[in-house]
Design a protein around this ligand. Structure first.
Ligand code: C2E
Ligand code: CA
Ligand code: CA
Ligand code: CA
Length: 279
């Protein structure tokens, strides 16, 4: 039994070593990802719950190194820890601004707004405000048509300093969404002190809508609270008609999820817009 235990330990420690090596490979690879042109974006449509017209798109990052695609759930946390998320985040914001400008040129006021994920780590970096305002100026994108998605947890992680940079970004005219709402423990009082325009209800609650009683109560409470605070609500991760039906009954403003569309390559998203524009 003792021998077995020792072997088990060796196996375990090799496993840890292997994981550490993988993380290091990812961290090194990410540093070259921009210059090697390995980053791509997808757009996932965000629709008006009632009319199902596309009103926005969430930008989702994809990394395709020669060794094969690595999912954001794996590389984003590593990019956050190594600091690569700062240059990568600027690259994503630039791509988002270019898209917004192109869509606005084609569709005018009917063009979808663009929603970009921002890590807490990016709000720790003083250069973010200067960089974003330069990108806005260079691309000519309308900041009020761009939304920054920050998770509830990252907004609350370092409230005072995050808040200061967040206010400066909002002063540029950018709008702010609280991502994964309901998963953190923010108080309403704290939320009201932030320049927030949208709440995105976490997939966990949407997923429970057709399974659990309390999810419907929670989503419904969030929507009425949001109305009282003059915030708009997006439900993410909508996967079936039942969930969509509940969200319509509850009066949730926008929906996003596989039931409507998966994240799409830019050309496919544009075709979709052109199709609906022709109708
Ligand atoms: P998130 O911001 O919560 O994004 C939503 C995730 O849910 C996306 O995963 C999306 O593809 C997925 N999703 C959308 N609809 C459905 C659905 O109906 N069912 C299910 N099961 N999933 C759905 P993805 O693209 O793998 O991204 C994962 C996370 O990585 C994102 O979660 C976000 O936290 C992070 N991320 C992605 N792109 C960026 C980026 O450019 N910057 C930063 N900082 N983080 C990013
Ligand atoms: Ca998001
Ligand atoms: Ca989310
Ligand atoms: Ca999430």
């Amino acid at each position: 039994a003792k021998e077995q235990g020792r072997d088990g330990w060796r196996f375990f420690s090799e496993e840890i070593h292997e994981q550490a090596r993988k993380r290091l490979d990812i961290s090194n690879g990410l540093r070259q990802a921009i210059q090697n042109a390995e980053l791509e974006i997808r757009f996932q449509p965000i629709l008006c719950t009632e009319s199902q017209i596309i009103r926005g798109a969430e930008v989702l990052l994809r990394w395709m190194p020669p060794t094969g695609e690595i999912p954001p759930s794996l590389f984003i946390p590593i990019a956050e820890m190594s600091g690569s998320i700062v240059p990568i985040g600027k690259w994503v914001f630039q791509a988002a601004c270019e898209a917004e400008r192109d869509w606005f040129a084609r569709f005018g006021e009917q063009a979808p707004y663009v929603s970009v994920n921002i890590s807490a780590r990016q709000l720790n970096d003083e250069s973010v405000v200067e960089a974003f305002s330069e990108i806005l100026r260079d691309t000519g994108a309308d900041p009020s048509r761009l939304l920054l998605e920050l998770t509830e947890t990252s907004l609350m992680s370092d409230v005072t300093s995050n808040l200061r940079l967040l206010h400066r970004l909002a002063d540029l005219g950018l709008r702010v969404a609280v991502d994964d709402f309901g998963t953190g423990y923010s108080s309403l009082a704290q939320l009201l002190r932030m320049p927030v325009n949208f709440l995105k209800i976490d997939r966990e609650f949407v997923d429970g809508l057709d399974k659990r009683h309390d999810s419907k109560a929670i989503v419904s409470a969030v929507c009425s609270m949001a109305r009282a605070m003059q915030l708009q609500v997006v439900a993410e991760g909508v996967e079936n008609e039942t969930q969509h039906g509940y969200l319509r009954d509850i009066g949730c403003d926008y929906v996003q999820g596989y039931f409507f569309h998966r994240p799409l390559p830019p050309s496919e998203f544009l075709s979709l817009l052109l199709e609906s524009d022709a109708q």
